[in-house]
Design a protein around this ligand. Structure first.
Ligand SMILES: [Zn+2]
Ligand SMILES: [Zn+2]
Ligand SMILES: [Zn+2]
Length: 330
Protein backbone atom coordinates (compact mmCIF):
# COMPACT_ATOMS: atom_id res chain seq x y z
CA UNK A 1 0.00 0.00 0.00
CA UNK A 2 1.22 3.46 -0.80
CA UNK A 3 -0.31 6.85 -1.48
CA UNK A 4 0.42 10.57 -1.24
CA UNK A 5 -1.35 12.42 1.56
CA UNK A 6 -1.48 16.22 1.52
CA UNK A 7 -0.05 18.06 4.54
CA UNK A 8 -2.34 21.12 4.72
CA UNK A 9 -0.16 23.00 7.23
CA UNK A 10 3.04 22.75 5.18
CA UNK A 11 1.51 22.56 1.72
CA UNK A 12 3.45 19.46 0.76
CA UNK A 13 2.98 15.74 0.10
CA UNK A 14 3.75 12.93 2.52
CA UNK A 15 4.18 9.45 1.00
CA UNK A 16 2.95 6.40 2.86
CA UNK A 17 4.83 3.25 1.89
CA UNK A 18 3.94 0.46 4.25
CA UNK A 19 5.66 -2.31 2.24
CA UNK A 20 8.96 -0.71 3.25
CA UNK A 21 8.49 -2.12 6.76
CA UNK A 22 9.33 -5.56 5.32
CA UNK A 23 12.56 -4.54 3.57
CA UNK A 24 15.80 -6.35 4.22
CA UNK A 25 17.49 -5.05 7.35
CA UNK A 26 21.30 -5.34 7.67
CA UNK A 27 21.66 -8.83 6.18
CA UNK A 28 24.90 -10.80 6.63
CA UNK A 29 27.20 -10.51 3.57
CA UNK A 30 26.27 -13.94 2.14
CA UNK A 31 22.61 -12.85 2.01
CA UNK A 32 23.20 -9.38 0.56
CA UNK A 33 20.57 -8.66 -2.14
CA UNK A 34 22.99 -6.29 -3.92
CA UNK A 35 25.85 -8.77 -4.33
CA UNK A 36 26.01 -10.66 -7.64
CA UNK A 37 24.23 -14.02 -7.51
CA UNK A 38 26.90 -16.67 -6.96
CA UNK A 39 26.68 -19.83 -9.07
CA UNK A 40 24.17 -22.08 -7.29
CA UNK A 41 23.98 -19.58 -4.42
CA UNK A 42 21.38 -17.36 -2.81
CA UNK A 43 19.44 -15.57 -5.61
CA UNK A 44 19.93 -11.82 -5.20
CA UNK A 45 18.33 -8.87 -6.97
CA UNK A 46 21.13 -8.98 -9.53
CA UNK A 47 21.05 -12.19 -11.58
CA UNK A 48 24.19 -11.50 -13.64
CA UNK A 49 27.17 -13.37 -12.31
CA UNK A 50 29.14 -10.17 -12.47
CA UNK A 51 28.50 -6.48 -13.03
CA UNK A 52 30.34 -3.19 -12.80
CA UNK A 53 27.72 -0.59 -11.89
CA UNK A 54 24.05 -1.42 -12.12
CA UNK A 55 20.79 0.54 -11.70
CA UNK A 56 17.43 -1.17 -11.20
CA UNK A 57 13.99 -0.50 -9.75
CA UNK A 58 13.76 -0.67 -5.97
CA UNK A 59 11.85 -3.73 -4.74
CA UNK A 60 10.33 -1.70 -1.90
CA UNK A 61 9.46 1.59 -3.61
CA UNK A 62 7.64 4.50 -2.04
CA UNK A 63 6.83 5.77 -5.57
CA UNK A 64 5.94 3.56 -8.53
CA UNK A 65 5.12 3.93 -12.26
CA UNK A 66 2.10 1.67 -11.57
CA UNK A 67 0.90 2.89 -8.17
CA UNK A 68 -2.06 1.22 -6.44
CA UNK A 69 -5.29 3.10 -5.86
CA UNK A 70 -5.05 5.02 -2.58
CA UNK A 71 -6.35 2.95 0.31
CA UNK A 72 -8.16 5.90 1.84
CA UNK A 73 -10.69 8.41 0.47
CA UNK A 74 -9.69 12.06 -0.05
CA UNK A 75 -11.60 14.99 1.41
CA UNK A 76 -11.51 18.69 0.70
CA UNK A 77 -9.13 19.27 3.59
CA UNK A 78 -7.10 16.13 2.94
CA UNK A 79 -6.33 15.54 -0.78
CA UNK A 80 -4.92 12.10 -1.59
CA UNK A 81 -3.07 11.10 -4.78
CA UNK A 82 -1.67 7.93 -6.25
CA UNK A 83 2.06 7.69 -5.55
CA UNK A 84 3.28 8.02 -9.14
CA UNK A 85 7.02 8.05 -9.63
CA UNK A 86 9.95 5.68 -9.63
CA UNK A 87 12.57 4.54 -7.14
CA UNK A 88 15.84 3.08 -8.38
CA UNK A 89 18.87 1.61 -6.65
CA UNK A 90 22.33 2.27 -8.11
CA UNK A 91 24.88 -0.32 -7.01
CA UNK A 92 28.33 1.29 -7.22
CA UNK A 93 30.44 -1.88 -7.40
CA UNK A 94 30.09 -5.67 -7.03
CA UNK A 95 32.50 -5.47 -4.08
CA UNK A 96 30.37 -5.77 -0.93
CA UNK A 97 32.97 -4.38 1.44
CA UNK A 98 33.93 -1.30 -0.55
CA UNK A 99 32.61 2.26 -0.20
CA UNK A 100 32.44 5.07 -2.74
CA UNK A 101 35.42 6.64 -0.96
CA UNK A 102 37.48 3.50 -1.54
CA UNK A 103 36.64 3.23 -5.23
CA UNK A 104 39.17 4.68 -7.71
CA UNK A 105 38.41 7.85 -9.69
CA UNK A 106 37.80 5.59 -12.74
CA UNK A 107 34.83 3.92 -10.98
CA UNK A 108 33.42 7.23 -9.69
CA UNK A 109 33.74 8.58 -13.24
CA UNK A 110 31.63 5.65 -14.45
CA UNK A 111 29.11 6.40 -11.72
CA UNK A 112 28.89 10.03 -12.92
CA UNK A 113 28.09 8.67 -16.38
CA UNK A 114 25.42 6.32 -14.98
CA UNK A 115 23.88 9.21 -13.00
CA UNK A 116 23.83 11.26 -16.23
CA UNK A 117 22.18 8.48 -18.25
CA UNK A 118 19.56 7.78 -15.60
CA UNK A 119 18.86 11.51 -15.14
CA UNK A 120 18.38 11.91 -18.90
CA UNK A 121 16.11 8.89 -19.23
CA UNK A 122 13.99 9.46 -16.11
CA UNK A 123 13.61 13.21 -16.83
CA UNK A 124 12.01 12.32 -20.15
CA UNK A 125 9.18 10.31 -18.50
CA UNK A 126 5.89 12.14 -18.67
CA UNK A 127 4.93 11.69 -14.99
CA UNK A 128 8.37 12.67 -13.69
CA UNK A 129 8.79 16.31 -12.62
CA UNK A 130 11.96 15.95 -10.57
CA UNK A 131 14.80 13.42 -10.61
CA UNK A 132 16.55 13.22 -7.26
CA UNK A 133 19.86 11.36 -7.04
CA UNK A 134 21.18 10.68 -3.54
CA UNK A 135 23.07 8.37 -1.20
CA UNK A 136 22.47 7.56 2.43
CA UNK A 137 25.62 6.11 3.93
CA UNK A 138 26.17 4.55 7.33
CA UNK A 139 24.05 3.01 10.06
CA UNK A 140 24.13 6.37 11.84
CA UNK A 141 21.56 7.60 9.34
CA UNK A 142 19.53 4.41 9.17
CA UNK A 143 21.05 2.58 6.21
CA UNK A 144 19.73 -0.99 6.04
CA UNK A 145 22.17 -2.39 3.45
CA UNK A 146 25.94 -1.99 3.70
CA UNK A 147 26.68 -2.83 0.07
CA UNK A 148 27.83 0.48 -1.54
CA UNK A 149 24.83 1.94 -3.31
CA UNK A 150 22.85 5.09 -3.89
CA UNK A 151 19.29 5.79 -4.93
CA UNK A 152 17.28 7.78 -7.45
CA UNK A 153 13.76 8.98 -6.70
CA UNK A 154 11.69 10.33 -9.58
CA UNK A 155 9.00 12.52 -8.08
CA UNK A 156 5.67 13.52 -9.69
CA UNK A 157 6.25 17.08 -8.37
CA UNK A 158 9.15 19.39 -7.48
CA UNK A 159 9.94 18.52 -3.83
CA UNK A 160 9.63 21.36 -1.28
CA UNK A 161 13.31 21.59 -0.29
CA UNK A 162 14.28 22.08 -3.93
CA UNK A 163 11.31 24.39 -4.57
CA UNK A 164 12.66 26.65 -1.83
CA UNK A 165 16.10 26.82 -3.49
CA UNK A 166 14.46 27.54 -6.84
CA UNK A 167 12.39 30.37 -5.35
CA UNK A 168 15.43 31.96 -3.72
CA UNK A 169 17.48 31.59 -6.91
CA UNK A 170 14.73 33.11 -9.01
CA UNK A 171 14.33 36.02 -6.61
CA UNK A 172 18.07 36.74 -6.64
CA UNK A 173 18.07 36.57 -10.42
CA UNK A 174 15.13 38.98 -10.69
CA UNK A 175 16.85 41.44 -8.33
CA UNK A 176 20.40 41.28 -9.69
CA UNK A 177 20.24 39.63 -13.10
CA UNK A 178 22.78 37.07 -11.82
CA UNK A 179 22.79 33.43 -10.71
CA UNK A 180 22.62 33.03 -6.93
CA UNK A 181 24.98 30.04 -6.84
CA UNK A 182 27.49 31.68 -9.22
CA UNK A 183 27.53 34.55 -6.71
CA UNK A 184 27.93 32.14 -3.76
CA UNK A 185 30.88 30.48 -5.52
CA UNK A 186 32.49 33.86 -6.26
CA UNK A 187 32.12 34.93 -2.63
CA UNK A 188 33.53 31.63 -1.30
CA UNK A 189 36.48 31.89 -3.70
CA UNK A 190 37.28 35.51 -2.89
CA UNK A 191 37.09 34.78 0.85
CA UNK A 192 38.87 31.44 0.59
CA UNK A 193 38.61 30.40 4.25
CA UNK A 194 35.85 27.87 3.61
CA UNK A 195 37.20 26.36 0.37
CA UNK A 196 38.20 22.72 0.96
CA UNK A 197 39.53 21.88 -2.50
CA UNK A 198 39.19 22.98 -6.12
CA UNK A 199 40.03 21.75 -9.58
CA UNK A 200 39.51 23.23 -13.02
CA UNK A 201 35.76 22.55 -13.16
CA UNK A 202 34.57 22.21 -9.56
CA UNK A 203 34.99 23.74 -6.10
CA UNK A 204 34.21 22.10 -2.74
CA UNK A 205 33.51 24.28 0.27
CA UNK A 206 31.85 24.32 3.68
CA UNK A 207 29.28 27.03 2.99
CA UNK A 208 29.16 30.22 5.06
CA UNK A 209 25.62 29.19 6.00
CA UNK A 210 26.39 25.51 6.87
CA UNK A 211 23.70 23.89 9.00
CA UNK A 212 25.74 20.76 9.83
CA UNK A 213 29.32 20.85 11.21
CA UNK A 214 30.79 19.01 8.21
CA UNK A 215 28.26 20.14 5.61
CA UNK A 216 30.02 20.45 2.28
CA UNK A 217 28.91 21.61 -1.15
CA UNK A 218 30.46 20.80 -4.52
CA UNK A 219 29.60 23.22 -7.31
CA UNK A 220 30.43 23.40 -11.00
CA UNK A 221 32.45 26.47 -11.97
CA UNK A 222 30.55 26.70 -15.22
CA UNK A 223 26.90 27.69 -14.94
CA UNK A 224 25.44 24.20 -15.53
CA UNK A 225 21.83 23.32 -14.86
CA UNK A 226 22.18 19.54 -14.75
CA UNK A 227 24.52 16.58 -15.28
CA UNK A 228 23.74 16.27 -18.99
CA UNK A 229 25.48 19.59 -19.73
CA UNK A 230 28.88 18.37 -18.53
CA UNK A 231 31.78 17.86 -20.91
CA UNK A 232 33.94 14.77 -20.53
CA UNK A 233 36.68 16.73 -18.74
CA UNK A 234 34.07 18.00 -16.28
CA UNK A 235 32.89 14.45 -15.59
CA UNK A 236 36.46 13.47 -14.74
CA UNK A 237 36.92 16.60 -12.60
CA UNK A 238 33.71 15.80 -10.73
CA UNK A 239 34.86 12.22 -10.09
CA UNK A 240 38.22 13.52 -8.86
CA UNK A 241 36.81 16.08 -6.44
CA UNK A 242 34.27 13.55 -5.10
CA UNK A 243 37.11 11.09 -4.43
CA UNK A 244 39.17 13.76 -2.64
CA UNK A 245 36.28 14.89 -0.48
CA UNK A 246 35.15 11.35 0.41
CA UNK A 247 38.70 10.32 1.37
CA UNK A 248 39.06 13.48 3.49
CA UNK A 249 35.80 12.65 5.28
CA UNK A 250 37.05 9.14 6.09
CA UNK A 251 40.36 10.50 7.37
CA UNK A 252 38.74 12.99 9.75
CA UNK A 253 38.09 10.44 12.49
CA UNK A 254 39.59 7.34 10.83
CA UNK A 255 36.13 5.85 10.37
CA UNK A 256 34.04 5.17 7.29
CA UNK A 257 32.30 8.52 7.48
CA UNK A 258 28.47 8.50 7.36
CA UNK A 259 26.71 11.07 5.23
CA UNK A 260 23.73 11.99 3.10
CA UNK A 261 24.81 13.10 -0.38
CA UNK A 262 22.23 14.80 -2.61
CA UNK A 263 22.40 16.14 -6.16
CA UNK A 264 20.43 19.31 -6.84
CA UNK A 265 19.63 19.84 -10.50
CA UNK A 266 16.96 21.54 -12.57
CA UNK A 267 13.46 20.02 -12.40
CA UNK A 268 12.16 18.14 -15.43
CA UNK A 269 8.67 19.65 -15.59
CA UNK A 270 9.45 21.59 -18.76
CA UNK A 271 9.60 25.07 -17.18
CA UNK A 272 12.59 27.39 -17.56
CA UNK A 273 15.19 27.12 -14.78
CA UNK A 274 18.09 29.03 -16.34
CA UNK A 275 18.55 30.83 -13.00
CA UNK A 276 19.39 27.57 -11.16
CA UNK A 277 22.81 25.90 -10.88
CA UNK A 278 23.82 22.23 -10.47
CA UNK A 279 25.49 21.32 -7.17
CA UNK A 280 25.97 18.47 -4.71
CA UNK A 281 25.37 18.78 -0.97
CA UNK A 282 26.68 16.54 1.82
CA UNK A 283 25.05 16.46 5.24
CA UNK A 284 27.16 14.28 7.55
CA UNK A 285 25.51 13.48 10.90
CA UNK A 286 28.79 13.50 12.92
CA UNK A 287 29.80 16.42 15.12
CA UNK A 288 32.92 14.79 16.59
CA UNK A 289 34.54 11.33 16.51
CA UNK A 290 32.00 10.11 19.07
CA UNK A 291 29.06 12.50 18.85
CA UNK A 292 26.22 12.59 16.35
CA UNK A 293 24.19 15.63 15.45
CA UNK A 294 20.52 14.90 16.07
CA UNK A 295 17.80 17.02 14.60
CA UNK A 296 16.14 18.31 17.76
CA UNK A 297 13.32 20.67 18.66
CA UNK A 298 14.62 23.80 16.96
CA UNK A 299 15.59 22.05 13.73
CA UNK A 300 12.56 19.76 13.44
CA UNK A 301 9.85 21.86 15.05
CA UNK A 302 10.91 25.35 14.01
CA UNK A 303 13.15 24.76 11.01
CA UNK A 304 16.02 26.72 12.52
CA UNK A 305 19.30 24.86 12.56
CA UNK A 306 21.83 25.45 15.29
CA UNK A 307 25.38 24.67 14.21
CA UNK A 308 27.70 24.63 17.21
CA UNK A 309 30.82 24.88 15.05
CA UNK A 310 32.27 27.49 12.69
CA UNK A 311 32.29 26.73 8.98
CA UNK A 312 35.76 28.35 8.68
CA UNK A 313 37.25 25.93 11.26
CA UNK A 314 35.60 22.82 9.85
CA UNK A 315 36.72 23.75 6.33
CA UNK A 316 40.33 24.11 7.55
CA UNK A 317 40.09 20.68 9.21
CA UNK A 318 38.84 19.06 5.99
CA UNK A 319 41.35 20.97 3.84
CA UNK A 320 44.12 19.45 5.94
CA UNK A 321 42.95 15.97 4.91
CA UNK A 322 42.84 16.63 1.15
CA UNK A 323 45.33 14.59 -0.88
CA UNK A 324 46.06 14.38 -4.59
CA UNK A 325 44.46 11.35 -6.27
CA UNK A 326 45.11 9.54 -9.51
CA UNK A 327 42.88 10.89 -12.30
CA UNK A 328 43.19 7.80 -14.46
CA UNK A 329 39.79 6.85 -15.89
CA UNK A 330 40.68 3.50 -17.47
ZN1 LIG B 1 26.69 -7.09 -1.06
ZN1 LIG C 1 25.26 29.80 -11.88
ZN1 LIG D 1 20.99 22.69 -2.98
Amino acid sequence: MSELRWHPLLGEWVATATARQDRTFLPPPNFCPLCPTATGGFPTEIPEADYDIVAFENKFPSLSPHPPEPAIAASELYPVEKSFGECEVVVYTPNHNSTLAQEPVSQIYKLVQVWTDRYRELSALEFVKYVFIFENKGEAIGVTLHHPHGQIYSYPFVPPRVRRELEQSQKHNAETGRCLLCDVLKQEQSDGRRIVTENESFAAYVPFFARYPYELHIISKRHLLDLTEMKRSEQVDLAEILKQVLVAFDKLFNVSFPYMMVLHQRPSDGANYDFYHFHIEFYPPMRTATKLKYLAGSETGAGMFINDTLAEEKAAELRGKIEPVSRATE
